[in-house]
Design a protein around this ligand. Structure first.
Ligand code: ZN
Length: 379
């Protein structure tokens, strides 16, 4: 009987610790994925709203600003939605995202694509609308092309046999110098040698005013992990100086990290390692480490493998060559930089409305964080 009582107490204690350890990260993912952040893209300035929240969170955790108000400002050309989208065919409304999607014309209305379409029309303002068997994956509408900015893909199966008329409304505004910002801070260590943790906080935004792209896995999860590292490091002075950089513009082509790398706020010769985290939910198959094979980063990959041999945190830690697939890429020219990505089937969607906090699985989060903390000698 005593044994059973003890077992129950231990079980309750261990779940309590576990819940507490992921409570913070869950709350950050939930806030970033909420409709109030408009999918953290350019429409309705969702990225700036997220940046304000992240800066206030850094301040609350005792992280010091690397720039005034933690914000590193920059601009890029892009489009943003300024109202609801609608498409009626033969007087019948189609469902946005499910039946049709709005894309950059420069990327998605290329002549060869239009040539393959079984049905296509050009609206009076020049916007192409055309049928496809399968809709492309969504991405933000970006690019320096101010004329004919968008095209619309319609699912062939959603079209009537004969299209007699259509009515399309896609209110987008071109902004040649859209204002965005990275969020940057640091915690001084015993030594001024730096470990830098990075993640992108932006996502695909909102299509019109109703189809939200929450981006819980991509990359509210990595952003929350970086803040969680700051939270843990702020409890006693770390050995290394820890720098935290949260970028916007990733979904538009790694723009925020490029600006940060080329307009440095830190001395790269003092950086021991930059560790980028992008898409950190799931991980049933383990972790992938990009840029693990260079002379400067190989020792850190080895360190992760050795720690994992002791802790059995990840099923596998797989080394990959460098790739321009996330924000570490620009920094890898200046200092040792790696990118950690979870492996295994995603728990939610990808670049769609189903990448939600509820679907976002964090069951490997604590063991993976133990590995990452070992890189920075954090307890
Ligand atoms: Zn993405």
């Amino acid at each position: 009987m005593k044994k059973i009582v003890l077992a129950i107490v231990l079980f309750v204690a261990s779940t309590a610790v576990h819940a507490q350890d992921t409570a913070y990260v869950r709350s950050i993912i939930s806030t970033l994925s909420s409709p109030q952040m408009y999918g953290r893209g350019s429409s309705y300035h969702g990225d700036s709203l997220a940046a304000q929240f992240l800066a206030s969170e850094m301040h609350r955790l005792g992280v010091l600003p690397l720039q005034v108000d933690y914000l590193q400002h920059y601009t890029y050309p892009c489009y943003s939605f300024s109202g609801p989208v609608s498409l009626n065919i033969n007087g019948q409304p189609l469902q946005p995202y499910v039946d049709y999607r709005v894309f950059s014309a420069a990327r998605h209305a290329k002549p060869e694509k239009l040539a393959r379409a079984s049905w296509k029309k050009q609206a009076k303002d020049g916007t192409w609308i055309y049928a496809v068997d399968k809709l492309d994956t969504y991405s933000p509408i970006v690019g320096p092309y101010a004329d004919v900015p968008v095209c619309v893909q319609v699912l062939k199966s959603a079209l009537p046999r004969k299209v007699k008329n259509f009515n399309l409304s896609v209110p987008v505004a071109f902004q040649p110098q859209y204002h965005s910002q990275n969020v940057v801070g640091y915690i001084p260590g015993v030594v001024d040698t730096m470990i830098v943790f990075t993640a992108h906080y932006d996502h695909c935004g909102i299509m019109g005013d109703s189809v939200l792209f929450p981006g819980a896995h991509d990359n509210a999860s990595g952003t929350a992990a970086v803040l969680d590292l700051a939270r843990m490091a702020s409890q006693s002075q770390p050995y290394y100086t820890l720098v935290f950089m949260l970028f916007s513009g990733e979904e538009s082509g790694l723009l925020g990290s490029r600006h940060a790398a080329e307009n440095p706020l830190i001395n790269y010769t003092k950086v021991k390692l930059l560790c980028n985290i992008d898409m950190f939910c799931g991980g049933d198959e383990g972790l992938m480490v990009f840029n693990a094979n260079s002379e400067s980063t190989q020792p850190f990959y080895q360190q992760l493998v050795e720690q994992n041999n002791i802790l059995h945190a990840a099923r596998e830690i797989r080394p990959r060559d460098n790739s321009a697939n996330s924000d570490h890429y620009w920094f890898s020219r200046y200092c040792p930089s790696i990118f950690l990505l979870t492996m295994g089937k995603p728990y939610g969607g990808y670049h769609d409305p189903y990448d939600t906090c509820l679907a976002c699985g964090l069951n490997h989060y604590i063991p993976f964080m133990t590995l990452i903390k070992s890189l920075a000698q954090l307890p």
